[in-house]
Design a protein around this ligand. Structure first.
Ligand SMILES: Cc1ncc(COP(=O)(O)O)c(C=O)c1O
Length: 401
């Protein structure tokens, strides 16, 4: 394959640009936080610049909010076949703020203190949110089946019993799983039967590869729409989480009423630049995104060869969606904290599996949304560190306990 323009971006350049991924662990190769190294779509930058240049630095004018709602609804219809009213779309600064709103205001009506249920391993940023809000959380561990990661249905039923708020991240971070229609239906049945609710986080939905199809949970039908609160965002696909604009989709009348009473507190945190940039991403960013998804598709496959060559005892299955690789390094005998081993011995920053819950023990999450030569250097360095470590000399490994 010919060199792609992204291939020419170096780690030095990335560090100079100064993103969190490349400065959070200075001197290391960055493969941790979910940021991409490819900039964003040209129209997004123009919209952001225009917003600032035109002095739109006050509170959000109705026109910006209206455009955001229209663009989001049009995007959801065109990309996923999900028809929602513009009115159903509400801006919020982040998906995290939407989760907080879901926990505080959209738990089962009959059980306002209901537990919050995670399918683990889970996105680390969410896991301690319930306890910080004084709520209990339950982890239902995903299981590795013949056809990939599967829900433990009995455990999920048990966790939902009596009513709970289920956090359904689809595509799944960190597993890269895109839930199939039948799985979503089965989740919907369980949620309905137990009087539970769903917070559907679909932030990675635009990043799905050929072979899988993203189905918005609330689009399944009236039952799912009646118990789901959905969060979407352009922030992962267009790499703009710093612009502070995600969207909540309200798919039933009761939630619209509740949101009418409590939503403005959250909505007010949304940034003008984010509103304009997100609308531009949805309106005109599809071609740029297609190029990025192609590049990532090649990288997720290429990673198979890199892992086989440099980390042969590790296990990796290319994700169906997201730019996150979930690497099983348990057979490498790297101690209890493999991410720490890779930071200290390879100079590579990944996310530790246990940051995603106890179900992640023995894994690291590696972000492959980076130029291919950088990805090669990352895996090469990880492999060299493993080769250089003597498992019989427990001295080294004690540091990673
Ligand atoms: C699944 C998932 N949800 C939410 C977030 C955070 O999104 P936000 O910055 O909009 O809160 C991330 C960030 O990586 C994510 O991967």
């Amino acid at each position: 394959m010919d060199a792609h323009p992204f291939d020419h971006i170096t780690s030095e350049e990335l560090r100079r640009r100064g993103s969190l991924k490349w400065t959070g662990y200075p001197e290391m190769l960055g493969a941790w936080v979910a940021e991409m190294d490819f900039g964003t779509a040209p129209g997004v930058i123009e919209a952001a610049q225009e917003t600032v240049a035109s002095g739109m630095l006050g509170y959000a004018p109705p026109r910006l909010v209206r455009n955001l709602r229209e663009s989001t609804a049009a995007w959801l219809a065109a990309r996923f076949g999900w028809e929602v009213d513009d009115d159903a779309v509400r801006p919020v600064p982040t998906v995290l703020s939407a989760l907080v709103a879901a926990i505080l205001h959209f738990s089962p009506v009959h059980r306002p203190e209901a537990p919050v249920v995670f399918l683990t391993p889970a996105y680390p940023g969410f896991l301690d949110v319930p306890s910080r809000l004084g709520r209990r959380s339950l982890h239902v561990e995903m299981v590795a089946g013949d056809a990939g990661w599967e829900v433990d249905w009995a455990a999920l039923e048990e966790a939902l019993r009596g009513g709970a708020l289920l956090i359904l991240v689809n595509p799944h971070n960190p597993l890269g799983k895109v839930y199939a229609h039948a799985e979503l239906e089965r989740i919907c049945d369980l949620v309905d039967a137990t009087g539970s609710r769903v917070f559907a986080d679909e932030v990675h939905a635009p990043l799905v590869y050929d072979g899988a199809t993203h189905l918005p949970y609330a689009s399944l039908g009236p039952t799912a729409a009646g118990h789901a609160l959905t969060a979407v965002s352009a922030s992962k696909a267009f790499n703009l989480p710093g612009l502070k604009c995600a969207q909540v989709v309200l798919s039933n009348d009761l939630d619209r009423l509740v949101w009418g009473a409590v939503g403005s507190i959250v909505e007010d945190g949304t940034a003008n630049v984010g509103l304009a940039a997100t609308a531009a991403a949805y309106d005109g960013g599809a071609a740029w995104l297609a190029g990025v998804v192609d590049y990532l598709d090649d990288s997720r496959r290429r990673l198979e060869g890199l892992v086989a060559e440099h980390l042969p005892a590790a296990h990796y299955v290319a994700p169906e969606g997201t730019y996150l690789a979930w690497l099983d390094v348990s057979r490498l005998m790297l101690g209890r904290n493999p991410a720490r081993f890779f930071r200290h011995q390879a100079g590579v920053a990944t996310v530790g599996g246990t940051d995603c819950g106890e179900a992640g023990r023995g894994y690291v999450r590696l972000n492959f949304a980076t130029p291919r030569p950088v990805l090669e250097a990352i895996v090469h360095r990880m492999g060299a560190a493993v080769d250089g470590c003597d498992p019989n000399d427990s001295g080294d490994l004690d540091d990673y306990l």
